[in-house]
Design a protein around this ligand. Structure first.
Ligand code: F6R
Length: 608
């Protein structure tokens, strides 16, 4: 989704802002722009990649200021064209704004502002914001921003500059992330830490409805009612190495390969396998409520939804507590019943997904205890939940979620065992699962060794336009995830479903040569899956199986096999998903697509 970056300091702003935009390219966007104060206000915008903007900037020579704002836009209000790009300016060309989020009452405000004589050149809600600031401006930018925000309903993270105040940058947020990096006499503000970390690792976040006025000499943070607040400046938890490609060609491949090392961090200090013990500091304050909970609702979108679905299986199976998974977007609008003792678990990599946040608000409103299973530290979901457990998988730059998925599943597994052990599970049973769980990273390492074989198999099928992904039990959500990975980056049509469901309709699709991926690990439903394979095989489908090491029977029926080490069934999706991630990545690359920037997608979906 949109990215914002702003700078005030002593360095030339233009280069720094463009570099910041490039670091945020992974979030997904369709146009970009920059405004710099250099005597007056200069604003340059372009449709397409940041590289297009960069080319355009080479033709402009008065952009030398040391204060500026820049933006990558993912269209929400108004089509993709230059007029709708950010920065947006007021009609006097004195004030410029960059904005992430959406303004709900923009139409009413626009009518009012038109009545006051303002003329508009874009279809954006952002132009309405800057015009309102301009209307309310009486010589103090911070005051005007504050006054305008009081009139606005919706979500925003903004950066504002004004030609009359060349030494002031004003930023504010509500519902959209905004981080202020604090350097020596300079400040880099961005919606994403990746645009800041090359310049400083000291930073603070604004809370909702807070405004920050920044000059080269310091900053002042306050509420919309102008009550001063003191934010806590902390160390950013990412470093440059984590957001650079290193020896990999794509972030997606890098992140698939990072999974073993990242999962070791996810587990670090949290499990004592010999004692059958799990220590989750983030939820310990609520242990009693969790153990006594009557019902869990797990929610998320996309990949996070698939992880949440595994959470449902894990909670019911291992903790013996009723659990239900729901798309956050559905939960929010369907008037859900929240009985006493309900816990809502919001699963999200970014912690900013609008639908998941909205579901969280709804559940809170109805009295549920709320937990976050989130990667990005300090993100909106982590701030608004009662408690939670971080994934610790590091920044995920590839748009297709990989290491966040295994991180989410690992955390949900630990949560299930945390409760299970305190409810019905024996020390021995818990210790047994934990000792296998601890070995997941090395088992993923072993699975990754088949990468060349997975590439060769992918080449055989990459021209096929329709694929099915089938699994049962714990590996049904893994099949859904495999299908999502393939479709979102290779643009191949792929569907995931329970293996048994196939014969209730979708089997009609099977034709000669159609690739059907079966997750056929040796779990409790192995024999049933083998039956389903026969049904597809006899109709001409080509079988790609993900199976357990040492299974020779599968080779007699499948066309191609990827093996994963043997592990207890509840832990198996942590392994079976890995060949599917690799296959999707190869398929996209073989088809010549940019796997890190798939068409139409954004990394973090902050609009409904
Ligand atoms: C798919 C993918 C998306 C996200 C979804 C939720 O690879 O990345 O489906 O999983 O948009 O995002 P988060 O986890 O940030 O809430």
């Amino acid at each position: 989704m949109c990215g914002i970056v702003a700078y005030i300091g002593h360095k030339p702003a233009k280069e720094l802002l463009v570099e910041g935009l490039k670091r945020m390219e992974y979030r997904g966007y369709d146009s970009a722009g920059i405004a710099v104060l250099n005597g007056g206000l200069r604003c340059i915008r372009a449709v397409g990649r940041v590289a297009v903007l960069e080319d355009k900037l080479t033709t402009v020579d008065d952009l030398e200021g040391t204060i500026g704002i820049a933006h990558t836009r993912w269209a929400t209000h108004g089509e993709v064209n230059e007029a709708n790009c950010h920065p947006q300016q007021d009609d006097k060309h004195a004030i410029a704004i960059i904005h992430n989020g959406t303004i709900e009452n923009y139409a009413t405000l626009k009518t009012y502002l038109k009545g006051r004589g303002h003329s508009f050149t874009s279809a954006t809600d952002t132009e309405v914001m800057v015009m309102l600031i301009s209307e309310l401006y009486q010589g103090d930018l911070e005051q005007a921003v504050r006054a305008a925000l009081k009139e606005i309903r919706g979500a925003y993270a903004i950066g504002v500059i004004c030609a009359n105040e060349p030494d002031t940058l004003v930023v504010a947020r509500k519902g959209s992330p905004l981080i202020i990096g604090v350097g020596a006499g300079e400040y880099v503000v961005a919606s994403d830490a990746s645009a800041i970390v090359a310049h400083t690792t000291q930073a603070f976040s604004l809370d909702d409805e807070q405004v920050c006025k920044i000059t080269r000499d310091g900053f002042r943070t306050s509420t919309l009612d102008n009550i001063a607040v003191t934010p806590e400046v902390r160390q950013l938890e990412i470093d440059l190495e984590q957001i650079e490609l290193g020896s990999f060609d794509t972030y997606m491949m890098k992140e698939i390969y990072e999974q073993p090392e990242r999962l070791r961090l996810t587990m670090k200090g949290r499990i004592k396998s010999r004692d059958g013990q799990i220590v989750l500091g983030g939820v310990s304050k609520f242990t009693r409520e969790l153990v006594r909970a009557r019902r869990f609702v797990l929610t998320g979108q996309g990949t996070a939804y698939h992880a949440a679905m595994l959470g449902e299986y894990l909670f019911e199976d291992l903790a013996k507590v009723p659990a239900k998974v729901e798309y956050a977007s559905e939960f929010r609008y369907r008037n859900p019943i929240i009985v006493d003792g309900t816990v809502l678990v919001a699963v999200s990599q970014s912690g900013e997904t609008a639908d998941t946040l909205a579901a969280l608000h709804e559940a809170k409103e109805r009295g549920a205890l709320t937990l976050g299973v989130v990667n990005v530290v300090g993100s909106s979901i982590t701030r608004e939940t009662d408690a939670g457990v971080y994934l610790r998988v590091g920044p995920e730059i590839g748009v297709a979620s990989t290491k966040a998925f295994t991180g989410q599943v690992a955390v949900l597994t630990m949560l299930a065992l945390y409760m299970g052990r305190r409810r019905y599970m024996s020390v021995e049973a818990c210790a047994d699962l934990l000792s296998q769980f601890e070995r997941v990273p090395e088992m993923i390492e072993k699975t990754l060794e088949q990468n060349d074989h997975i590439l060769d198999v992918t080449k055989k099928y990459v021209d096929q336009e329709n694929w099915l992904f089938l699994g049962r039990g714990y590996n049904y959500p893994a099949a859904l995830e495999g299908a999502l990975k393939l479709k979102e980056i290779s643009y191949i049509h792929a569907e995931g479903m329970p293996a048994a469901e196939m014969k209730h309709g979708p089997i009609a699709l099977i034709h000669d040569g159609m690739p059907v991926v079966f997750i056929a690990n040796q779990g409790p439903q192995y024999d049933k899956v083998m039956l389903n394979i026969e049904q597809v095989k006899s109709r001409g489908g080509r079988i790609i199986a993900v199976a357990t090491e040492g299974d020779k029977q599968i080779e007699t029926i499948a066309d191609d096999v990827f093996y994963v080490p043997h592990i207890a069934d509840p832990l198996s999706p942590l392994l079976t998903v890995v060949p599917l991630q690799l296959m999707a990545c190869h398929a996209a690359m073989l088809r010549g697509h940019d796997v890190d920037k798939p068409r139409n997608l954004a990394k973090s979906v902050t609009v409904e």
